[in-house]
Design a protein. Structure first.
Length: 270
């Protein structure tokens, strides 16, 4: 559901007083602990082996605008105090430098985890949760908000028609009905991919249900007909659906580290 949360974060930025400033997004679950500080706060030349030039971090890039921290629940406990200090004071230092910088950002964060349970388990700092949780929005899975499906489909249709330069005008009734009744285990990201597939496969100016490939996506494939990568992508997709999109829980069930799990999500476009 990362794409879904990202759309909401972008919409909040677009209607805010900071709309003319940068919107910067970072997947916290995909940051290896070794580069965490460099990615968020930047570094100076020579700070470590591969630091061949000064580099701005995400807080600096988002100065005056919005910083979207996706999968905030996956920040390692050892790094949480560092980000808490910046949230509280707006101050930070680039890795390898003693100079203090300041950044004014609107912070939007998202997670599939139950942070209250993470706090109780000692995996997430309570003071950080208090700082983050000023206003909380619950975003139900796509299957629980059917009225959004057609609006999102039209949004993605415009994007992909422009991208692929196709003369497609819309969806026929069979396609619209297929979108309405499908379970969407992959949430908005799966909807985006289905519409993209429809744009590529439609032989005429209107996308049909068959062009979306949803029946094939919903069917359980035969393992002997799949490649190793297809099997892995299928298992990840099914585990995510079973965990209601909770990436940390899915990674644990599959026996993968968070960074390895997110690398596979990006690899397979899930």
């Amino acid at each position: 559901m990362a794409l879904d949360k990202g759309l909401v974060a972008q919409a909040l930025h677009a209607v805010s007083a900071r709309a003319g400033k940068p919107f910067i997004s970072v997947n916290m679950g995909g940051l290896p602990e070794g580069v965490f500080e460099s990615e968020l706060f930047g570094h100076v030349r020579g700070a470590f082996t591969d630091a061949k030039a000064d580099r701005a971090g995400r807080f600096e890039l988002a100065d005056g605008g919005t910083l979207f921290l996706d999968e905030i629940g996956n920040i390692p406990l050892s790094q949480q105090a560092k980000i808490l200090r910046t949230i509280e004071t707006g101050e930070y230092e680039r890795v390898g430098s003693s100079r203090t910088y300041r950044a004014s950002v609107r912070l939007v964060s998202a997670t599939n985890s139950d942070l209250a349970a993470e706090v109780a388990a000692g995996k997430f700092r309570q003071d950080l949760l208090f700082r983050l949780n000023t206003i909380q929005l619950h975003l139900p899975p796509l299957r629980e908000r059917r009225d959004d499906i057609e609006l999102l489909a039209q949004h993605f249709l415009k994007q992909h028609v422009t991208r692929y330069r196709k003369a497609i005008t819309g969806l026929d009734e069979s396609a619209a009905q297929a979108l309405r009744v499908y379970a969407w285990p992959g949430n908005v990201r799966e909807l985006d991919h289905a519409v993209e597939r429809g744009v590529l496969m439609a032989p005429g100016k209107v996308i049909r249900a068959a062009d979306l490939g949803l029946n094939a996506a919903a069917a359980v494939p035969r393992l002997e007909e799949m490649s190793i990568e297809e099997v892995e992508a299928f298992l990840i997709k099914k585990t995510l659906a079973r965990c209601d999109g909770n990436a940390r829980q899915a990674a644990e069930e599959l026996g993968l580290s968070r960074s390895a799990f997110y690398r596979r999500l990006e690899k397979y476009g899930l």
